[in-house]
Design a protein. Structure first.
Length: 152
C-alpha cells in the first residue's frame, strides 16, 4: 500500500468511513494524473479502467481527498474547478493566462518568508496557502502588443 493510500485510509477511519474500492480507484486515478484535472477528466480516466464508478461518486470523493490533505483545489478555469494531487509535492504558485488558459507553476518558497512575516505581524497563524495569479502569459501579451501596434 502506497503512503498516500495509507493516509487516506487513516483519514477515512477517523471519520468513520471505509476505503472502498471506488474510493481507492479515484485516489489512484488522481495520483496517476500528473497535471491539473477536473472531476469529469478524473472520471474519464477511471472509466477507462472500470465502469463501476459513477461521476457522482467522483464528485463526492474529491472533497474527502482535499480534507485528507492529498488533493487541493488548484484553479477555476473554463468554468470548471481544477484540482491537483499535492502529497509529496512542494507548494507552488499558479499563473493562469486569462486569454489562452495556459497554466504555469512556480515554486512558492521565494514568497513564503514574506508571507510568514506578514502573518506574524497580524498575529495570524497561516495553515494553508493557495496562490493563483491571473493575467496574460508572454505569448498572449506579445500578440496583444502586436495588435495594438497594428491598430495605430
Amino acid at each position: 500500500m502506497q503512503e498516500h493510500e495509507k493516509l487516506f485510509k487513516q483519514y477515512l477511519e477517523k471519520k468513520g468511513l471505509k476505503l472502498t474500492s471506488p474510493r481507492r480507484f479515484i485516489l489512484e486515478a488522481a495520483f496517476n494524473l500528473h497535471e491539473h484535472f477536473n472531476a469529469e477528466e478524473l472520471y474519464v480516466s477511471i472509466k477507462a479502467i472500470t465502469s463501476g464508478i459513477s461521476l457522482a461518486t467522483v464528485y463526492r470523493t474529491i472533497p474527502l481527498l482535499m480534507e485528507a490533505g492529498l488533493v487541493q483545489h488548484a484553479v477555476r478555469s473554463d468554468g470548471r474547478e481544477r484540482y491537483e494531487h499535492i502529497y509529496g509535492h512542494p507548494k507552488h504558485i499558479h499563473w493562469l493566462c486569462r486569454k489562452c488558459g495556459a497554466l504555469t507553476e512556480t515554486d512558492l518558497s521565494t514568497l513564503s518568508p514574506a508571507i510568514e512575516v506578514q502573518a506574524k505581524g497580524m498575529q495570524f497563524c497561516a495553515e494553508e496557502i493557495e496562490l493563483s495569479i491571473r493575467g496574460l502569459c508572454w505569448k498572449c501579451k506579445s500578440i496583444d502588443n502586436e495588435n495594438q501596434i497594428d491598430e495605430r
